[in-house]
Each structure stands twice: as structure tokens, then as C-alpha cells.
Design a binder for this molecule. Structure first.
Ligand code: GDP
Ligand code: CA
Length: 323
């Protein structure tokens, strides 16, 4: 059986995984999920990217929105607001709340996040093994100008505040994964990477999703040293993110929002192959000059069949570059 490891953020990662499962239903897929987006709200531990993968693959996702539960209501949020308790800018529905309550209760009882995630997946049956990148707390913060702090002052805000409340409207000077240096890969992560037949980077955010996962000490090295070919799919199409504000966090790490700049950012030490969209076909030569095998194929995840075709292209490229 083919063992595939995927490093995934939220929406882009989850939608790609749905196509991958459809393309290779018999493969054993291990997902290493980003937990840098995690946030504590109302005393609850919320893991947006893990939940987006779990709900998407488990059939509970709000399809159009791409995150949160289908058929959601917001009674708890309204009641909290009536008490003046926020934040009001983070959308937590009643159904979703139950997930965070169960998670927080289990963490409080002493279970590590990896065990909690496994327990939540018992209900959702996502059809992949979903592992958090780490059981240790890592929280992505974004350094921005502080208009109230005087000349040249800066402040760090939680990634969710930057992304959801501010819609990434301020320039990001730096992305700081607080706690990453002390974090250890969750149980099974390094083993899955070492045992993989193929490692895929889906079209997830290269900085605050895949970059954060690779920033857990040991994971980048494990991917670089893996015997399996590593193939990525560009989240940047035609010089812009397909969805969201990835350009803002790419700028913070000095990377242009182009398919080839993202490939060179990962570099040939990590990537063996890279897929760009057909509109970026002109970028193929430059990526190959950087030592990364590259193909231009349609990369829009418009439906499961189109996404499955992307997954098949990624797996074909992996066979081509296999050493
Ligand atoms: P997040 O945690 O919800 O932000 O999700 P991810 O990190 O997994 O993915 C976000 C990235 O997915 C964004 O940079 C988008 O540009 C990219 N993305 C979303 N839909 C598509 C698509 O249909 N095709 C491609 N190539 N990228 C996409
Ligand atoms: Ca995310």
C-alpha cells in the first residue's frame, strides 16, 4: 500500500486531501496538520486547521465558506455578545463549540493534543491519519506597526487577529511562531515522514501553514532527509493567492507572490518537484534551473474531480523524480 504524507494547513490543504483520497482511495494517508493557528477563546482551545481538515474529510464542513460546520447556528455566540463577551470577529457556531469543549475537556484531563485529535476523528472518520505537527503549544504571531506606540513602534498580534479581524490589512514585518523552538514533533510525525513513499505539500499557505509545520525542530530535517520524493503544488496562481491573503505573509519573509518564488523559497533541498498552474507555464524553466522538476497543469480545485486530477499529476511527478 502506498504511504503518502501531506503537510496541511486549513482550506487549501483540506480540499486537496479530498481530491487525493478520491484519486488514490487505497493509499494510507497521514496528514501533519498546522497548529500554529490555534487560539484560546472563552477558555476553549480552538484548532482551526485541524478542524477544517477533519470536517472537510468527514463531511461536516460548511462547503461554501470552507471552514466551520454546515447547518450552523450561533446562539452561544449571541448570548456571549449579550454579556459583552467577545471577540465578536471570530466565528464560532454552536455545533463547532461542541468540538472545542470536548477538546478542552480532554486536554484538561491530561491527554496530549494528538490523542485528542484521534478521539475527535473517531467520530468524523476522515479516512486519513490526522496528526497535529506537535503536542506542544506553538502560536503564530504577526509583527505589525503600532499606530499608538509612537515613531517606529511595533506590536505583535495573534495570527487570527491579523488574519480574521484585520483581514491582513496592515503590512506584516515578521511572522513569529511563538514556542516553536521548544516544540517537539507529535508522536508518529517523524516516523510517518521517514516511512513515506511520497511526501506532498498541498496548495497551503507556504509561510503560516507549511512553513510553521517545517519550523518545528526536526520536521524540516526529516522531510529533507526522507527517501520519498517531495512534491508541492503552488497556492499562487497568476501572481496572486487563489484565496486569502498569502501575499501579505510571503512579503513578510521576503518572497514574491509568484509560483516560482514560492518554489525557490522551499528550495531544492526540500522539494524534488513542483506543480504550477497552466497560466504560470512561463515559470517552469526558472524552477527547473533552481534544481526542482516542474510541470504546468491546471491547479484550480473547482470540484473533487479537478482536484483528484491535480493529485494524480503530483503523484506522477513524484514517480518521475524518485531517486
Ligand atoms: P488556511 O489555513 O485556511 O489559510 O488554508 P491553507 O494554508 O491550507 O491554504 C490556503 C492557500 O490555499 C491559499 O494561499 C490559497 O491561495 C490556496 N488555494 C485555495 N484554493 C486553491 C485552489 O483552488 N488552487 C490552488 N492552487 N490554491 C488554492
Ligand atoms: Ca490556517
Amino acid at each position: 500500500m502506498q504511504r503518502i504524507v501531506v503537510l496541511a494547513g486549513g482550506i487549501g490543504g483540506a480540499r486537496f486531501l479530498r481530491g487525493l483520497k478520491s484519486a488514490v482511495p487505497d493509499a494510507e494517508i497521514t496528514v501533519i496538520g498546522n497548529t500554529g493557528d490555534d487560539i484560546h477563546l472563552f477558555g476553549l482551545k480552538v484548532c482551526p486547521d485541524l478542524d477544517t481538515v477533519m470536517y472537510t474529510l468527514g463531511g461536516g464542513i460548511h462547503e461554501e465558506q470552507g471552514w466551520g460546520r454546515a447547518g450552523e447556528s450561533f446562539a452561544v455566540k449571541e448570548e456571549l455578545a449579550a454579556y459583552g463577551v467577545g471577540p465578536e470577529w471570530f466565528g464560532l457556531g454552536d455545533r463547532d463549540f461542541a468540538t472545542h469543549i470536548v477538546r478542552t475537556q480532554m486536554l484538561g484531563a491530561g491527554y496530549p493534543l494528538s490523542a485528542v485529535t484521534e478521539a475527535l476523528c473517531d467520530r468524523w472518520q476522515p479516512g486519513v491519519r490526522l496528526l497535529p505537527m506537535s503536542d506542544d503549544r506553538v502560536e503564530t504571531h504577526v509583527l505589525i506597526d503600532d499606530p499608538d506606540g509612537g515613531e517606529g513602534a511595533r506590536k505583535a498580534v495573534h495570527f487570527q487577529e491579523y488574519w480574521v479581524r484585520m483581514r491582513a490589512s496592515a503590512d506584516a514585518h515578521a511572522i513569529v511562531p511563538v514556542g516553536a523552538e521548544q516544540a517537539k514533533p507529535a508522536p508518529g510525525v517523524l516516523e510517518a515522514i521517514a516511512a513515506a513513499d511520497v511526501i506532498l505539500f498541498p496548495p497551503s499557505n507556504p509561510v503560516v501553514s507549511i512553513g510553521t509545520i517545517l519550523g518545528v525542530p526536526g520536521i524540516r530535517e526529516a522531510v529533507a532527509d526522507a527517501t520519498a520524493p517531495v512534491v508541492g503544488l503552488s497556492p499562487i496562481v497568476g501572481g496572486a493567492p487563489v484565496r486569502g491573503m498569502a501575499d501579505k505573509v510571503l512579503a513578510a519573509v521576503g518572497v514574491d507572490s509568484t509560483a516560482d518564488a514560492v518554489a525557490r523559497h522551499y528550495g531544492p533541498g526540500l522539494l524534488d518537484g513542483w506543480l504550477v498552474d497552466t497560466v504560470d507555464a512561463a515559470a517552469v524553466g526558472g524552477v527547473e534551473d533552481a534544481g526542482i522538476r516542474c510541470r504546468a497543469v491546471p491547479l484550480m480545485m473547482t470540484d473533487v474531480e479537478a482536484t483528484a486530477a491535480m493529485a494524480r499529476e503530483a503523484l506522477a511527478l513524484a514517480e518521475e523524480v524518485r531517486r
